[in-house]
Design a protein around this ligand. Structure first.
Ligand SMILES: [Cu+2]
Length: 146
């Protein structure tokens, strides 16, 4: 009777070790196929804990600010835009006619923008930047960086 009990215990112990090893293998295995593209990937990473290197989840860079200026009916909207240094301004042409975004002092200059084309420029230095459309010089706008 007693011998039988002991054997039973030993058998149980070996069963406990087995699953532990299996869990370890399972960890690294699951880390290699994380749902990286899912928006909740940050939560997934936290729950996975230390084994991050094989995970390869890309760190989301801080989103740099950007502002949009529409080009509509031969005008920039808004015509005057105030932004913080380091902001990227994106112009998008909603007109059927081509337009450009040309800095008065040529600090920046787009090609002719067709419909729905965009042009972007990052403003790092405080100041007022006047610009116009090279094809329709009466179209003017300004970017104020401060
Ligand atoms: Cu134009």
């Amino acid at each position: 009777m007693q011998m039988g009990l002991k054997r039973h215990r030993i058998w149980q112990a070996s069963i406990v070790v087995g699953p532990l090893l299996a869990t370890c293998v399972g960890c690294s295995g699951s880390a290699s196929l994380p749902p990286v593209s899912s928006p909740s990937s940050e939560q997934t990473i936290e729950s996975q804990g230390p084994p991050m290197p094989t995970c390869g989840a890309p760190q989301v860079p801080p989103v740099s600010a950007s502002m949009k200026v529409k080009i509509e009916q031969f005008a920039y909207a808004p015509r005057s835009l105030t932004i913080a240094p380091g902001t990227t301004v994106v112009w998008i042409n909603h007109d059927d006619a081509p337009h450009t975004v040309t800095g008065k002092d040529r600090e920046f200059n787009s090609k002719g923008l067709d419909t729905d084309d965009t042009f972007e420029h990052r403003f790092d230095t405080p100041g007022t930047y006047h610009y116009f459309c090279a094809l329709h010089p009466h179209m003017t706008g300004e970017i104020i960086v401060r």
